[in-house]
Design a protein around this ligand. Structure first.
Ligand code: 5GP
Ligand code: MN
Length: 323
């Protein structure tokens, strides 16, 4: 697709519906903010629709934007649907996936997950990009519109960069990433404020939950250079679990010397949610897809198991040789 084809689609349609994946993370929220601010800069009307409520620490970023959680019985009349930071309708969750897949408007994907499914009329997919906000920035650059980027857009773009790169440390970070960050800072962006808003908002129970998981629930498999952490519903309740409290916890495993793979498992009402992380020569997305109904990036993937935590753990342990 040429930049001109995208530009004429954007220019000819007034009402933009902006969506992202379930359990929105910093890149998801950063992307929708950046795209909503871009819509405003282009004189468009927009609404951000999330499949579920974003974690509390991300909500301050949404102040001043029009957003809501998807309502299955509501009629959404828009000319364009944007799918940001996801590559398949299933990623918005069961409630909303049919809505997205069949939405009777032009659909535009902006994303960086490998293997985009063909549900959008326009698919802008850069699996090498470190974040979807980098894809958005690159797209705006290709449209010759970098001058439209303002401070509001910069905040969203930086939020995605920061959180999807582990604070600019993952291999996905490129010279382009830093050039983009430099541009955002040159607009007056207070990058330290974004860092503090994301990383310095712990509750005491959140820290204690993480401490407990590391101290009591970390199972090490040195021969496989793998660590597994799991938390039951009861344990989560004991530490007054709030959405987002375990985000990034799995990365602690990769910080252990000599370990290059980590799995975090969390029991929910529906089943067990998996987070896989790896580094170096080790990849986890194919394993997540093959065995736990999931997928994602080479170094960061997710999955799900319908059943109890102990059954999920047993299945994982039986497959350790393949991970
Ligand atoms: P997290 O562990 O943070 O939930 O997810 C890590 C990465 O895996 C994210 O990039 C996310 O997009 C992807 N991911 C998480 N869950 C799933 C899933 O069920 N299916 C697919 N395809 N990707 C997932
Ligand atoms: Mn992302």
């Amino acid at each position: 697709m040429t930049p001109n084809a995208l530009l004429s689609t954007l220019q000819s349609q007034q009402n933009w519906l902006i969506t992202t994946h379930k359990g929105p993370d910093g890149d998801a929220v950063g992307s929708v903010i950046a795209w909503a601010a871009y819509a405003q800069a282009c004189g468009k009307d927009y609404l951000i629709v999330f499949p579920d409520q974003p974690a509390a620490y991300l909500c301050p970023f949404l102040e001043g934007y029009q957003w809501e959680v998807f309502q299955a019985d509501k009629h959404y009349a828009f000319d364009l649907l944007f799918a940001l930071d996801y590559n398949a309708p299933s990623r918005v969750g069961q409630e909303m996936s049919g809505f997205v897949a069949n939405y009777p408007a032009t659909k535009v994907m902006l994303d960086h997950h490998p293997g985009p499914e063909a549900f959008c009329e326009l698919t802008i997919s850069h699996p090498k990009a470190c974040s979807t906000t980098e894809v958005i920035y690159k797209t705006i650059e290709e449209l010759g519109q970098l001058s439209l980027i303002n401070l509001a857009m910069a905040k969203g773009l930086y939020l995605g960069l920061l959180t999807d790169t582990g604070s600019f440390r993952f291999p996905s970070v490129s010279a382009y990433t830093h050039q983009m960050a430099a541009h955002l800072l040159s607009l007056g962006l207070a990058h330290h404020e974004i860092h503090e808003a994301v990383y310095d908002v712990n509750s005491v129970t959140r820290l204690q939950l993480r401490g407990y998981a590391i101290a009591e629930k970390l199972q090490l498999h040195p021969a496989h250079r793998l660590g597994i952490m799991s938390l039951s519903k009861e344990e989560l309740k004991r530490f007054a679990y709030q959405k987002g409290d375990t985000e990034g916890l799995v990365n602690v495993i990769l910080s252990i010397e000599g370990y290059d793979a980590g799995v975090f498992m969390m029991e929910t009402e529906e089943g067990v949610k998996f987070s896989f992380r790896s580094k170096g020569q080790r990849f986890v997305n194919a394993f997540a897809q093959a065995h736990f109904n999931g997928g994602g990036h080479q170094y960061a993937a997710g999955g799900f198991y319908e059943g109890t935590l102990s059954a999920a753990l047993a299945k994982l342990e039986s497959l350790i040789d393949q991970l």
